[in-house]
Design a protein around this ligand. Structure first.
Ligand code: GAR
Length: 214
């Protein structure tokens, strides 16, 4: 009998890899019907690569090229080739700190998702938890969205709130946000792997979960 092909994830990250670890663990536990086919990083010694190695997930550092905030053309092509070779169905940005603009987004149209540590459209860009704290916001949160050509502007798939508490520091607030990220991101990726997310323009809708429909 032919084995059913599992939905394949390619995760890109530049940091410690707590989101990637949560996603890989949810796949291994069967909570997400998918497999992490490949982890790629633009940072040679990033924790995300160590997290992948510990779990026996194929991983690679790909040099980002000459720019600070984006991949240069050759690097974006190298990322794209690696994802294609790994037959990835969904590209998951998990703390990937470079903007994707070109070929990769065109090749994976509507198939690249990102997690942002704030309630978009508030506080896009870098260190969103610090932006929320400095602004005096009482509530911030987590957004998972499709990636388009803008910075943190693509259609929103899910959002959850996280309170800003008296005495919070950037680190304590980011830690509380990351706790929420580790719940929200695996849930969204599970829904995408099950084909439950529909998109029309900027509107995304969650279809009922066939497994929980009775
Ligand atoms: C996460 O908090 C993620 O939301 C943020 O980077 C962190 C990566 O943590 N992403 C951005 O700020 C993107 N603009 P991780 O490496 O432990 O998953």
């Amino acid at each position: 009998m032919r084995e059913e092909r599992l939905f394949r994830l390619g995760i890109l990250g530049s940091g410690k890899g707590s989101n990637a670890a949560a996603i890989a663990d949810a796949c291994a536990a069967g909570a997400i019907p998918a497999r992490v086919a490949l982890v790629l990083s633009d940072v040679e010694n990033a924790g995300i690569l160590a997290q992948a190695r510990e779990r026996g997930v194929p991983s690679r550092f790909i040099p980002p090229g000459q720019f600070r905030t984006k991949l240069d053309e050759a690097a974006e092509t190298a990322f794209l080739e690696a994802l294609r070779q790994a037959e990835v169905d969904l590209v998951v940005l998990a703390g990937f700190m470079r903007i994707l603009k070109g070929e990769l987004l065109r090749a994976f149209a509507q198939k690249v998702v990102n997690i942002h540590p704030a309630l978009l459209p508030a506080f896009p860009g870098l260190e969103a938890w610090k932006q929320a704290l400095d602004y005096g916001a009482k509530m911030t949160g987590v957004t998972v969205h499709f990636v388009d050509q803008g910075i943190d502007t693509g259609p929103i798939i899910a959002q959850e709130t996280v309170p800003v508490l008296p005495g919070d520091t950037p680190d304590s607030l980011h830690a509380r946000i990351q706790e929420m990220e580790r719940k929200v991101y695996p849930a969204v990726i599970g829904a995408l792997a099950r084909g439950r997310i529909r998109t029309q323009g900027r509107q995304t809708t969650w279809q009922p979960d066939p497994g929980k429909d009775t």
